[in-house]
Design a binder for this molecule. Sequence first.
Ligand SMILES: CSC[C@H]1O[C@H](OP(=O)(O)O)[C@H](O)[C@@H]1O
Length: 350
Amino acid sequence: MKNYTSIEWIDANKTLRLLDQSVLPAKVVYNDYTSAGDIATAIKNMVVRGAPLIGVTAAYGLVVESFRVKAADISELADLIEKADVLLRATRPTAVNLFWALDEMKRLAPVSKFETQTQYKAGLLSAAQQLAEQDIQINKKIAQHAMQLMPKNAVTFIHHCNTGSLATVDYGTALGVIRMAHEQGLATTVFVDETRPRLQGAKLTSWELKQLGIKHYLIVDGASSSVMSNNKVDLCIVGCDRVAANGDVANKIGTCNLAIVAKAHKVPFFVAAPLSTIDLNTLCRSDIEIEQRDGDEVTNIDGAQIAPEGVLVYNPAFDVTPAEYISAIITEKGIVYPPFQENLQKLKEA
Ligand SMILES: CSC[C@H]1O[C@H](OP(=O)(O)O)[C@H](O)[C@@H]1O
């Protein structure tokens, strides 16, 4: 049974409680945050991670900051919130949800709507709470639409990285699809890519699936072709951090490898994507900034060095899967099939 929450607003203390994902599954630790700066550090260090979740977390970062600072008037408070906005935007470049959520906070709670600091703070809180609740409903709609893609009685997935309640406010995107298949009675099996180097699959997805009681096998990322050769895999499903206007998809490093292998084995490859992750201003893969992370993520596992001292490391945190390898993109408004350029435009305008 799922008994954890990735994010929670503690109104009594005007603090944000976050589950520390960097110590799972060994320890379940919740930390309370009182400043945008500490929340920015938590996002950058992947204490909290997952495209939709970092967006909502950043939104709450503005809220905790508004209650922390001491401003002479609403204008000074607005300036301090703007500084927090800039700080939060600088944490991670690839997931468009981070920028979308902070833009939504400006749209939903512009300082011009309020006369007093108290009203502005309440407006920011209400906006963040709205984004959080919306995220859960969006995830369930994605999963509902995905059910039409499922085989009748049993389904076997390959999944990459983590896209569950630990990557969202709750329910998950791709993992929400898997969860709903299980909840609707399909015999559900998941091959879980461990997802080097941060091991979100091994540490987080396996933990979530165990809580949900869903049968799964942990595999190394390089095993996906062997799994597809020797098992009936019905579909691959992943989340995303940014979908370009032409359907190219940025997601955790290794996703493109899986998509290419899936195509070679004629296994359908689906992307679960909230509309907030689809960015029509990003035209194609070359427009997506890929986050480069520290080499020690590759040379060390939980502090144990596994590579020679001083080895050169190339550690992009994401890759971009060209649209040609994607069977369909599942959104809360429905399933988008190729041609993605045309059909994503129609969906966003609908
Ligand atoms: C719900 S999709 C989450 C998305 O974010 C992950 O990246 P990270 O763990 O670095 O935040 C991964 O790309 C997932 O697919």
